[in-house]
Design a protein around this ligand. Sequence first.
Ligand code: ZN
Length: 280
Amino acid sequence: MAFSTRRRIVVFGVDGVRTDTLAAARTPRIDAIAAEGFLAAFELNDLAPTVSGPGWSNIATGVWADKHNIDGNVFADHRLADYPDFLTRLRTAWPEIRTYAAADWPPLVGPDSEGPVFATPHRVLRLEAPDDDYDMTGADIALDAARTLGAGDYHAAFVYFGEPDEIAHHEGVTPNYLAAVERADARIGQVLDAIRARPAFPDEEWTFVVVTDHGHIDTGGHGGRDPWEARAWIAACGPLVPRGGVTTEHADVAPSVFAALGLKVDPAWGLEGVPFGHRP
Ligand SMILES: [Zn+2]
């Protein structure tokens, strides 16, 4: 399908959000996306370590670690050139598209740890939280994403908030962790409000995805196979996203991005996922 300037997408990544905390937290903006589309929780499969490096790589590329070769948080010997992130695939297919990525976990968008996962966005915000102050970097990401996607002319974006994961590592599943999830929701809302205020918004067709990479054990931490660390979730809404009843997993995000924007998937890409709603 040809490039259309009407179809646009934002994938919001929120790191390390347990499904029960999502349910307990006041998250009206994620709830609204779920109500308009779906919210699906799932167990990470055996090819998906409960670690951020492989988690976000699975989400970004649509393949598992056996292909992109990222099974930890240092990306030595990665094969992202053969299995690039969805923004890079879009840009390769459509030179006229404009892409954006923002994150406060530097390897996602910068050369740290032999990244980045998102290799070629037109505009990048790479933040490193000073003194682990992910509340501050989260606020900066929301501000930059709202300005960029609200006032700019971007068609596909990845916007990431690391604060919940960081707090859970420090203190476990606590009220402060829940509050960080609520802050992430409010920041997603800040970006959504800016997009909906676009003069062209009524003529555009936006798809929104919110996804977490893994959960946490009660005392904080992940990487094993405890049900609470191995459970993740995706919420999404958009013109082609089914309402409710969706079974999905991380490798479906990239194919769903391509479906939302009308990019035909080449079987040679070896994608493991399918667009939301296409999984039996
Ligand atoms: Zn973590």
